[in-house]
Design a protein around this ligand. Structure first.
Ligand code: PAP
Length: 339
C-alpha cells in the first residue's frame, strides 16, 4: 500500500482508516517496557494509538509564519519549555504573575500537542486550533524528517530541547511505569537493565535518541533562524541567558526596561520546577485524561541517572552514540560519551 501523499490536504477518512490498519499490520513491532506497543513508522518508534493523529498532522496541518513549534523527545523538558514559551510570548497580556494562567492550567493545555491533544482541546484525533491566538504555540515529539512540509517551508520557528540521554531514560522509566500500573507502587529495579537495553537500541517512543537529536541539531546548524537547539542542562545551569536567547529567537526579545525591572527573573521563577510542582492544577489535574499532571513533575534534576545506571550500562549507550555521531561535529557540554 502506497504511503498517504503528504501534500494531500484532505485525505478521505476511509482511506486513512485503511492506511492506519495497514500500518498496524505491516510495520515492525516492539513492546516498550513490556506494556506499550510501538511500531517502526518512518524510521521512528511510534505508538499505533497515535498513527491517525500523526498522519493528520503530517497531511493536513497548515503552518502559519508566526507559529512556534516546540519539538522534543519525551521526558526532555517540554513541560518546562511550554511554560516558558507561554509566559514569554504572552507577558504583555498576562503581566500579573500572581494571576497567571499557569496557576490554573497545566502548560500542556496552554501549548497544544499535535499528536496528543489534551482532553479539553480535542476534535476526535486532532487538536482544535481555531481558538488559538497568534502566535500559536504548538508541540510535537515527531522527528524533524517527519514534520509536515508546511512547517519546513513556512517561517514557523522551531525550538528543540534535548536532555542527557541517561536522565531522559530514567525520567521515562518512572513515567511509563506509573502509566502502566496507574498506581504509585514501587518500581521493580530488576527491569531497569532490560529496558535500558531497549532504550540503547532506540526501541522506545520516538526513538532512536540519536536520530531524533541529530535531525533537529543538523537543521539548527544549517538554518539557525529556523531551529533553536536547547539543552535542558544548559537551561538549568544558566536560565537567564537561555531564557533571553529563547525570547529573542521566537521574536519577543526583552527590552532594556524589562530587563531592569527583572522580568526575566520573574518568568524563570514562575516556571521553576518548585513553583509549578506546588500549584494545585499540577497536583490534582489530568490534562490528557490518561495520567495525572503530577506525573510531569518528578524530580526535575540533572544527573539523577547516577542513582540508577552503572558504568557498564552507560557504556552500552555510549558505543551506539559514538558510532552515530562520529564526524557530525555535534558536541555537548553536558553529555560526553566515555570514549
Ligand atoms: P513530556 O515528554 O511528557 O512532555 P517532559 O516535560 O518533557 O515530559 O519531561 C518531564 C521531565 O521534566 C521530568 O523530569 P524527571 O522525571 O527527571 O523529574 C520533570 O520533573 C521535568 N520537569 C517538569 N517541569 C520542570 C521544570 N519546570 N523545570 C525543570 N524540570 C521540569
Amino acid at each position: 500500500m502506497e504511503p498517504l501523499e503528504t501534500t494531500t490536504k484532505n485525505p478521505k477518512m476511509e482511506e486513512l482508516e485503511d492506511y492506519v490498519q495497514h500500518l498496524e499490520i505491516s510495520l515492525p513491532k516492539e513492546l516498550w517496557m513490556g506494556a506499550f506497543p510501538i511500531s517502526l513508522y518512518e524510521g521512528f518508534w511510534c505508538s499505533p494509538k497515535i498513527f491517525k493523529s500523526t498522519i493528520l498532522f503530517q497531511t493536513q496541518f497548515e503552518a502559519h509564519d508566526t507559529d512556534i513549534l516546540l519539538a522534543s523527545l519525551p521526558k526532555t523538558g517540554s513541560t518546562w519549555l511550554r511554560s516558558l514559551l507561554f509566559a514569554i510570548v504572552n507577558r504583555n497580556i498576562f503581566s500579573d504573575f500572581t494571576k497567571h494562567p499557569l496557576h490554573t492550567q497545566n502548560s500542556h493545555e496552554l501549548v497544544v500537542h499535535m499528536e496528543f491533544p489534551p482532553s479539553n482541546n480535542t476534535n476526535g484525533t486532532q487538536p482544535d486550533l481555531t481558538k488559538l491566538s497568534s502566535p500559536r504555540l504548538l508541540a510535537t515529539h515527531i522527528p524533524y524528517l517527519s514534520l509536515p512540509k508546511s512547517i519546513k517551508t513556512s517561517k514557523t520557528r522551531i525550538v528543540y530541547v534535548c536532555r542527557n540521554p541517561f536522565d531522559t531514560f530514567i525520567s521515562s522509566w518512572h513515567f511509563y511505569h506509573k502509566l502502566s500500573l496507574n498506581t504509585s507502587s514501587e518500581l521493580d529495579h530488576n527491569t531497569i537493565e532490560e529496558y535500558f537495553g531497549q532504550f540503547c537500541e532506540g526501541k522506545f517512543p520516538y526513538g532512536p535518541y540519536e536520530d531524533h537529536l541529530l535531525g533537529y541539531w543538523k537543521e539548527s546548524i544549517q538554518n539557525p533562524n529556523k531551529v533553536l537547539f536547547m539543552e535542558y542542562e544548559g537551561l538549568k545551569q544558566d536560565p537567564k541567558a537561555y531564557v533571553k536567547k529563547l525570547a529573542e529567537f521566537v521574536g519577543y526579545p526583552f527590552s532594556q526596561l524589562e530587563q531592569e525591572k527583572g522580568i526575566i527573573d520573574d518568568i524563570i521563577k514562575l516556571c521553576s520546577f518548585e513553583n509549578l510542582k506546588k500549584m494545585k492544577v499540577n497536583n490534582s489535574g489530568d490534562a490528557y485524561g490518561i495520567f495525572e499532571n503530577k506525573a510531569l513533575f518528578r524530580k526535575g534534576e540533572v544527573g539523577d541517572w547516577t542513582n540508577y545506571l552503572t558504568p557498564s550500562m552507560t557504556k552500552m549507550f555510549d558505543q551506539n552514540f559514538h558510532e552515530k555521531f562520529k564526524g557530525t561535529g555535534f558536541n555537548s557540554k553536558y553529555y560526553q560519551p566515555s570514549f
